[in-house]
Design a protein around this ligand. Structure first.
Ligand code: GAR
Length: 200
């Protein structure tokens, strides 16, 4: 089974979806380590409850982004991690770190990329008046939220949606999409050519 390191910053509902998927005997990956850059977050409790090693690496303790990322890298390698999953990890990563893990690092993003990269995606989708919103799981490249896409799920926007209602329906789809994408990558069924990912 592929050893997965999950980077989190908060609630950890996507981490939970990955932990639940990994609990199945036929799932090709296991969570080897959870790292949070923020102390005391719910994601750490979830790791604890699942009996998965977890640690806090507070980014504030490091003089630079590169120094913080170097510590992340050390921790992941020490745990024998093969694949990194960003799950609500709200820090930008340096291009050196991203390049070192390229092809082996996934992110989940709460929009149908390339629409609405960055933050506040649900508010921006409502403001833009789109009829379809959703989520994307993609490989991480040095360009923010722009790596090859593995899976997307579309969520229709309803007339009475507000940010919270829309976010909740997208989140439900995230919890399905992320384990599916991790399975594809862990089984070696992802091939990248340029900006495109091909799945077998
Ligand atoms: C999720 O909606 C995830 O897609 C988003 O943060 C939320 C984390 O929730 N990620 C980003 O916005 C990345 N820029 P969770 O902690 O419950 O998984």
């Amino acid at each position: 089974r592929a050893r997965v390191g999950v980077l989190v910053s908060g609630r950890g509902s996507n981490l939970q979806a990955l932990l639940d998927a990994c609990a199945a005997a036929d799932f090709p990956a296991e969570v080897a380590l959870v790292i949070s850059n923020v102390p005391g977050v719910k994601a750490l409790d979830r790791a604890d409850a699942a009996g998965v090693p977890h640690r806090v690496i507070p980014h504030r303790d490091y003089p630079s982004r590169e120094a913080f990322d170097a510590e992340l890298d050390r921790a992941l390698r020490a745990a024998g991690v093969d694949i990194v999953c960003l799950a609500g990890f709200m820090r930008l990563l340096s291009s050196g770190f991203v390049t070192a893990w390229q092809g082996r690092m996934l992110n989940i993003h709460p929009s149908l990329l390339p629409s609405f990269p960055g933050l506040d995606t649900h508010r921006r989708a409502l403001e833009a008046g789109v009829r379809l919103h959703g989520c994307t799981v993609h490989l991480v490249t040095p360009d923010l939220d722009a790596g090859p896409i593995l899976i997307q799920a579309a969520v229709p926007v309803e007339d009475d949606d507000d940010e919270d209602r829309l976010a909740a329906r997208v989140l439900e789809q995230e919890h399905h999409a992320y384990p599916r994408a991790l399975r594809l990558l862990a089984e070696g069924r992802v091939r990248v050519e340029g900006k495109r990912a091909f799945l077998s």
